[in-house]
Design a protein around this ligand. Structure first.
Ligand code: AMP
Length: 277
């Protein structure tokens, strides 16, 4: 496995790839089985797998979240090597941003208006800024993104369209703990008890899927009550949305065209999850 800290060396190396396909998995490190599933998918579909590890400052709208974001480079490299990743790109801010760490402004329309777009102002501009830079450096055939960050996945698909690029964006289903909690780097900051309590978020989503026939307003009421009754969970939003447009719906669309997305805090740690139904 090769490790690059600067894009010039990486680009030089990638120019030797010739007509082999490149699979790309962007991450912010703190790797867990969810990230490793993206690597596995890339290895199945592409000749060469590149993973980036970069805690992107422009996508954090909360300084505390940014400074507490777990990082574990040695551990990550060990995991990537075991998983058979070929190339790791771990740049410093300067390599990607030069002397000015700022986001480009994108217009994703309604896609970025609700949920993460509403509660994390500037977040998607930061995500799209860094992903566009990474795509231009790595020029993958396929880029792998998790359904865990469902709105981000749709934003990236829109970004690729805006770029006029032919990168294929491949979604990968969410990897969970045995209690259902979606794996997340931020889970490292939860206690064992906290992880069990936070699994309630997924249990609510599963309840909604099982009881889809009850209708959206009834289900929303049920989840609101259930989560607000739980004194350690602070709900930020629950939204029933059109899967592709990421806009709120009042009535179900066809099967697998809807999603329910939740953001909630447990002990000050922000968690998101969703279910497609
Ligand atoms: P992050 O390091 O959190 O920015 O995530 C990097 C990539 O891993 C994104 O495409 C995420 O959607 C994906 N990812 C994060 N957690 C999971 C998970 N539990 N299952 C599947 N993919 C995930």
């Amino acid at each position: 496995m090769l490790l690059f800290n600067n894009k010039i060396d990486l680009i030089k190396n990638l120019s030797l790839v010739n007509d082999r396909t490149i699979g790309f998995v962007p991450t912010m490190g703190g790797l867990h089985d969810g990230h490793l599933k993206l690597i596995q998918e890339s290895k199945k579909k592409c000749d060469i797998t590149v993973c980036s590890i970069f805690i992107n400052p422009t996508q954090f709208n909360n300084l505390e979240d940014f400074s507490n974001y777990p990082s574990s480079l040695d551990n990550d490299l060990e995991k990537l090597k075991k998983a058979g990743c070929n190339i790791v790109y771990n740049p410093k801010n300067k390599d990607l941003y030069g002397d000015k760490i700022s986001s480009k402004k994108f217009n994703f329309g309604k896609l970025a208006c609700y949920m993460e777009g509403e509660f994390r102002p500037g977040h998607f501009d930061g995500v799209a800024t860094v992903v566009e830079k990474l795509f231009n450096i790595i020029q993958p055939s396929i880029a792998f993104f998790g359904e865990k960050d469902l709105q981000q996945l749709q934003i990236i698909k829109a970004l690729v369209k805006n770029m006029g690029s032919n990168i294929h964006v491949q979604s990968v289903s969410t990897v969970r703990e045995s209690n259902g909690l979606a794996k997340s780097t931020r889970n490292k900051r939860l206690s064992k008890n906290g992880r069990d309590e936070a699994a309630e978020i997924y249990k609510c989503l599963v309840y909604c899927k099982k009881n889809k026939h009850n209708g959206i307003s009834q289900l929303k009421k049920h989840v609101l009550q259930r989560l607000t009754n739980n004194k350690n969970i602070e709900l930020e939003y629950i939204e029933f949305v059109d899967l592709e447009k990421m806009t709120p719906i009042k009535k179900w669309k066809g099967t697998n065209k809807n999603a329910i997305c939740i953001a909630a805090y447990h002990s000050g740690i922000r968690l998101i999850d969703n279910i497609i139904l």
